[in-house]
Design a protein around this ligand. Structure first.
Ligand code: CU
Length: 241
């Protein structure tokens, strides 16, 4: 009985440590997955490219024409051998393609699955700026998020088509009038990053960028308090007039 109790306690504490609330921050991170997949693709195409280039150069050299009245001297292959030479390398290529596609598809689904813990920020795009709504009428033109807390941006446009792009978090999604689209990301390190529009939206499209600040919790609270102060000041001006 005591052994059983011990096991249950161990299993429970393991579960608690594994749950996001007890870890250092939220764990799932599609951005890291995209980077990993990208490196894998680059390595694969490099290896395949080098092997096939070396083989091609070798055969061009080996079977070259050695006198003016020759047109090269390729080996005579049986139909079965010719077919095998075409199909076997192609199958190796295709197997790798399917493998990488399957990984990409899995990652895409992860990229679209919003964590339950995600902090929601509503985004409105205008010609030519972004507005971030943190809830309770707290609005800013700067995106500030807490390190280690996943964020979901619910986005729409008040005028034309825009597209939100944050290279650091590997997220990009169209932002359209009359529709709400989303991206989510997991900011794992503090710093200042670029958020910009990647859909041509008129004269000042090139100026439609802003900063994403990933900050520690205390700094985040301070930012929210400043927004509250601004909102209060704006309201008192309104009520006086
Ligand atoms: Cu734009």
């Amino acid at each position: 009985m005591r052994a059983l109790t011990g096991k249950v306690v161990l299993a429970l504490s393991g579960l608690m440590m594994a749950s996001p609330a007890f870890a250092e921050g939220y764990e799932r991170d599609p951005a890291a997955g995209w980077d990993h997949l990208w490196r894998e693709i680059v390595i694969d195409i490099t290896v395949i490219g080098v092997i096939f280039s070396v083989a091609a150069i070798y055969m061009v050299w080996k079977y070259r024409a050695k006198s003016d009245d020759e047109v090269g001297r390729g080996p005579k292959l049986s139909p079965a051998a010719a077919l095998a030479w075409a199909l076997i390398p192609a199958s190796i290529f295709m197997a790798d393609d399917f493998f990488l596609s399957a990984k990409g598809w899995t990652l895409w689904n992860d990229y679209r699955r919003i964590p339950d813990e995600a902090k929601e920020i509503r985004v409105t795009a205008y010609q030519w700026y972004w507005e971030f709504d943190y809830g309770d009428d707290l609005v800013s033109e700067e995106l500030v998020v807490k390190k280690g807390e996943p964020v979901v941006l619910r986005m729409t446009s008040e005028d034309v088509l825009h597209s939100l792009y944050i290279p650091e978090f590997r997220v990009k999604e169209d932002v359209m009038p009359g529709r709400v689209t989303y991206v989510w990301f997991n900011p794992k390190r503090t710093g200042e990053f670029v958020e910009t529009c990647t859909e041509y939206c008129g004269t000042a499209h090139a100026e439609m960028y802003t900063t994403v600040r990933v900050v520690e919790e205390a700094e985040y609270e301070q930012f929210i308090n400043e927004l509250k102060e601004e909102a209060r000041a704006a309201n008192s001006v309104k009520s006086q007039s």
